[in-house]
Design a protein around this ligand. Sequence first.
Ligand SMILES: [Zn+2]
Length: 133
Amino acid sequence: MHINDAVFLEDLCPKFRLRQWRKSIHRFTGKSCIYCGKPSESIDHVLPRSQGGLSTTENCVPACLSCNGDKSDENALYWYRRQKFYDPRRAMAIRAWLEGDLRLAIRLLQWANPNFKKNNNNQTRDQSKYKAA
Ligand SMILES: [Zn+2]
């Protein structure tokens, strides 16, 4: 798709833009939950909306429904520290993500999950198949 077409479509249809944005968030982690590594099914606000958290890429991370639901309106970093699957590398990744350093966040997530890169590549390749189906 040509970049100008994308802008045009986004202007025409805000829902399309929201969907593209949500997709791009999941793509960053290879569709895995930033907290536990399971498949991400939702977008979680690290700083909850009830506490003034914005729907920006820096504040929104891919999360599975279980983590998203359990965390509820808590601050993500406090909540995450109490979890059985707590991994300091993931905690660092979440902090980097919050600071807008997605590249560092992704590198830390890859470190936390050695299969991450392989899975991510497979999913990227498979995406065209899903679209065609
Ligand atoms: Zn999770």
